[in-house]
Design a protein around this ligand. Structure first.
Ligand SMILES: [Zn+2]
Length: 338
């Protein structure tokens, strides 16, 4: 499959992704409880400004403002009948900014979880989840997205539904999970498990990885888990800018640009080639990350101790990938590169 993202990855050692959508939009006046996706129509200049701030900071890939653009999420804002319109507009706004950049910038169509729990644990059927993702993907592709970008997924059922929807829409896919619960996703998936099932998904992702979660240290441990299990995978690292802290009534991320620059270089050494920031990541962080990556000589795969020393401690002692942690883990061979 020929694709703008694949083409760019063939020319470059790493690509810089963008920063936070939600936390930056809050700073631009979005109120807690509002649907960011409505701004694609109501406040398009602010969405363009957000994309432009990332491109100017050096992002090679920008994510559309469509994370909550499924009918289930939009229903909370009585906009469930506007899925195609809001997603198409999201992609069009990012496309405009990407195309005026003067260099190649990839538009990735963000798709977050539906917010519903899929069968058998929950009540959303596989067929309904696939249909919802298809509707969202169709809008994003119609608006000019180069690739569909699943984010913050935590259940295998939802990941499979997303991949099936992408396959049905013949849309190239990348997908990141959020490993926010002691190194596993909320629904219990480990980095190793994701690496193992990814190649068999209905639409094989171009790149797999992690976004959001806890801090940058945890996210790099996840990257090590993925690259350990699947050394040839193209891997995405999109960590929060530090740990969220509640300060004066709002959430503040304490990660400095210097910390995120260290994280970016460690992510590259850990095997990630698509590197960006999630919640709390501002253009100033991205500028520091870009400069650091450009000046970075490839280093050895970092140890957990090195990550801890540079970025701070992990949120849990284990992330579930150590020998014997997983059912059937006994017979697993640990593969290491380098
Ligand atoms: Zn995040």
């Amino acid at each position: 499959m020929t694709n703008a993202l694949v083409d760019l990855l063939a020319q470059r050692d790493w690509l810089l992704l963008d920063g936070a959508t939600g936390t930056n939009l809050f700073e631009m006046g979005l109120m807690s409880g509002d649907a960011p996706e409505l701004w694609n129509v109501d406040q398009p200049e602010k969405i363009r400004a957000l994309h432009r701030s990332f491109v100017e900071a050096g992002s090679d890939v920008i994510l559309t403002n469509s994370f909550g653009g499924s009918r289930y999420r939009l229903k909370l804002h009585h906009a469930e009948d506007r899925v195609f319109e809001l997603n198409k507009r999201a992609a069009e706004l990012a496309r405009e900014v990407a195309d005026e950049a003067g260099r190649k910038v990839i538009v990735a169509g963000s798709v977050g979880p539906t917010g519903e729990i899929l069968e058998p644990v929950g009540s959303l059927s596989h067929a309904d989840a696939v249909a919802a993702f298809e509707e969202q993907i169709a809008g994003l592709i119609a608006g000019g997205a180069d690739v569909i970008w699943g984010e913050t997924i935590s259940s295998e059922e939802e990941l499979r539904a997303l991949a099936e929807a992408a396959a049905k829409q013949q849309a190239p896919l990348c997908a990141t999970l959020s490993f926010d619960t002691a190194g596993r996703t909320m629904m219990g998936l480990t980095s190793r498990h994701y690496a193992e099932i990814a190649p068999g998904l209905a639409q094989r992702p171009i790149a797999i990885g992690a976004n959001c979660g806890t801090g940058a240290s945890d996210l790099l441990r996840t990257v090590l888990g993925i690259t350990d299990a699947s050394p040839d995978a193209l891997v995405i690292a999109k960590a929060n800018a530090g740990i969220p802290k509640y300060v004066d009534g709002h959430i503040h991320y304490d990660g400095t640009p210097e910390l995120m620059a260290d994280y970016a270089c460690l992510a590259r050494d850990a095997g990630a080639r698509l590197i960006g920031g999630c919640c709390g990541t501002k253009p100033e962080h991205l500028r520091a990350m870009r400069a650091a990556l450009e000046g970075h000589a490839a280093g050895a795969r970092p140890s957990l101790d090195e990550i801890r020393a540079k970025l701070g401690d992990f949120s849990s002692a284990s992330d579930g990938t150590e020998a014997g942690d997983e059912a059937g883990g006994e017979g697993r061979r640990r593969r290491r590169r380098g």
